[in-house]
Design a protein around this ligand. Structure first.
Ligand code: SAH
Ligand code: TMP
Ligand code: ZN
Length: 408
C-alpha cells in the first residue's frame, strides 16, 4: 500500500511489470553485471484519478551527462515544436518584450524557435550533454532540475513568464507539487503554462503499455491535470490532442479565472468518463490486454525463429525497454536494434542486452522481418524505409494496438 503522490490517498497496484532496468540505460558488455533494476508497478488513485508509478529510480540515475535521448532525431518533432511555439506566440503575442521558459529543453528542439524569433527565454535542462547542444544553437540554458527553488531564482534573474512550455517532461517529475508551486509563482498573471505528454486516453485505447517505464512517473488525463492545477490556484482552461508519441495531450493552464474556459475541457472530461479513466476497473481490463499482446508477440517471434527467419528491430526507444524486458525478447529472437543515435550504437539494450547498431548496419543486414519498436514514429520511418523494405521483401511487425505483420 502506498500513498498517491498528488493527493496522499491510499492507492493499489493494478499492474506489476517485475524488475525493470533504466529505460535509457544502454550498457557496454563490461556493465552487464552491475546493471541497476527497480520494481516497476503502476497504480490508479480513486480520488484524484492520477495513474502513477509506485517506485521510481533516483533522478540522477536517469538524467545526467550521458542522457541517451536526443529530441532532434525526429524531423517530424522538429516541425511539431515549431508549430507549438507558433501556437503560443499567437495566443500570448510573444515577441522581443516577452519572457518564455521551457522546462526540459533537451537539445533545443523547441527553444531554438525562441532564438529565431528573438524571444527572451530560459531553457531548463539538467542533462548536461543535451543542454550543451541546445547552447550551441544559441539557447540560453541553465543545467538544473526545474522546481520551486529554480522558479524563485528565475524570477530574480529574469522576470515572470508570459509563456512556460514543457513537452514530455512533466510526466517525468515525481516532485510535482514543487513544480506546480514553481509554475504558480513564475507565471505572469496573464501567462500560460502549456505542457504536453503521452495521454492516458490513448494509452488505454491503444493498449500502449510501453509508455510505462522508469522515467514516466505520471500518466495524465484532463481529470488528473485539472485536479492538480486546482490544488495550486491554477486552472486547466484548454486542451488539444496531439498525434506525437503515440498520442499525446497538450494542457493549457493559467491562474484561476485568468483565461476563458474552453468547451474543449468539458468535452474531454465527458469523453474520459465514457472511456472509464476515472474508474479503477478500466485498468484491470487494460492489464489483460497487455498480456494478450505479450503472448501473441512472443509466439510469433518464436515461430519465426524456429523457421530460421532473420528478425531485427528498429528504434532503440525508451518504450521498447519495457516491451523487451516484460515480454522476454532476447537477442536470439531479435538479432539487433537499429538506431540513428550515436550514443546508443555499439552498446546493448537495457536488461535484455540486444546489440544496438547503426542504420548502415541495418541496411546491409537483409532482414526478413523488422519489429518496429519506434511505432510512435511509424509514419516517418515506414515512408523512409518503404523502398528498401520492398526491394528486400521484408515485412514490419507491429504490436500496438495488436500484433500484426504489415507489408511494406
Ligand atoms: N522536451 C523534449 C525532451 C523530452 S526528454 C522533447 O519533448 O523531446 C525529457 C527531458 O526532461 C530530458 O532531457 C531530461 O533531462 C529533462 N528533465 C528531467 N527532469 C527535469 C526537471 N525537473 N526539470 C527540467 N528538465 C527535466
Ligand atoms: P522516442 O520514441 O523516444 O522518440 O525514440 C525514438 C528512437 O528511435 C531514437 O533513439 C531515435 C530512433 N529513430 C531512428 O533510429 N530512426 C528514425 O527514423 C527515427 C524517427 C527514430
Ligand atoms: Zn490521488
Amino acid at each position: 500500500m502506498k500513498n498517491c503522490l498528488i493527493c496522499q490517498t491510499n492507492i493499489d497496484v493494478f499492474m506489476d511489470f517485475g524488475q525493470q532496468p533504466i529505460a535509457n540505460g544502454f550498457v557496454t558488455k563490461e556493465q552487464f553485471d552491475d546493471e541497476y533494476f527497480f520494481h516497476m508497478q503502476t497504480a490508479f488513485c480513486p480520488k484524484c484519478t492520477m495513474v502513477q508509478l509506485i517506485e521510481q529510480p533516483d533522478r540522477e540515475k536517469m538524467f545526467h551527462e550521458n542522457y541517451a535521448f536526443f529530441s532532434s532525431t525526429s524531423n517530424y518533432m522538429v516541425k511539431h515544436f515549431a508549430a507549438f511555439v507558433e501556437d503560443m506566440t499567437s495566443r500570448q503575442n510573444l515577441g522581443t518584450n516577452s519572457f518564455a521558459v521551457e522546462i526540459g529543453c533537451n537539445d533545443g528542439i523547441l527553444s531554438q524557435n525562441f532564438v529565431k524569433a528573438g524571444i527572451p527565454h530560459l531553457g531548463v535542462e539538467p542533462s548536461k550533454n543535451v543542454a550543451e547542444i541546445a547552447r550551441s544553437k544559441g539557447v540560453n540554458v541553465t543545467t538544473e532540475f526545474f522546481d520551486k527553488a529554480l522558479a524563485e531564482t528565475a524570477i530574480k534573474n529574469y522576470k515572470k513568464a508570459d509563456a512556460i512550455f514543457s513537452a514530455n517532461v512533466m510526466c517525468h517529475i515525481p516532485y510535482m507539487h514543487s513544480v506546480f508551486e514553481g509554475i504558480k509563482i513564475l507565471l505572469d498573471e496573464n501567462g500560460i503554462f502549456a505542457f504536453e505528454d503521452p495521454y492516458l486516453g490513448d494509452i488505454i485505447q491503444k493498449t500502449s503499455f510501453d509508455q510505462i517505464y522508469d522515467e514516466h512517473v505520471f500518466f495524465f488525463s484532463a481529470h488528473s491535470v485539472s485536479y492538480l492545477a486546482n490544488m495550486h490556484g491554477l486552472e486547466l482552461f484548454d486542451i488539444a490532442p496531439q498525434i506525437t508519441h503515440g498520442g499525446s495531450m497538450r494542457y493549457y493552464i493559467a491562474h484561476k479565472d485568468a483565461k476563458p474556459l474552453s468547451q474543449n475541457v468539458s468535452k474531454q472530461l465527458q469523453f474520459e468518463k465514457e472511456l472509464g479513466l476515472d474508474e479503477g476497473k478500466t485498468f484491470t481490463a487494460f492489464n489483460a490486454k497487455i498480456d494478450k499482446i505479450k503472448s501473441d508477440l512472443i509466439t510469433l517471434l518464436q515461430k519465426l525463429h524456429n523457421e530460421g527467419k532473420k528478425v531485427v528491430a528498429y528504434g532503440a526507444t525508451s518504450k521498447s525497454t519495457t516491451t523487451a524486458n516484460y515480454f522476454g525478447i532476447t537477442p536470439e529472437l531479435v538479432q539487433f536494434v537499429s538506431d540513428t543515435t550515436p550514443i546508443k550504437q555499439g552498446k546493448y539494450t537495457p536488461g535484455m542486452h540486444i546489440p544496438v547498431v547503426s542504420h548502415e548496419t541495418f541496411v546491409a543486414s537483409e532482414p526478413d522481418y523488422v519489429l518496429l519498436f519506434a511505432w510512435n514514429h511509424a509514419k516517418e520511418i515506414m515512408e523512409n524505409e518503404a523502398a528498401y523494405m520492398k526491394n528486400r521483401g521484408a515485412k514490419w511487425i507491429m504490436y500496438i494496438p495488436q500484433v500484426e505483420i504489415v507489408e511494406a
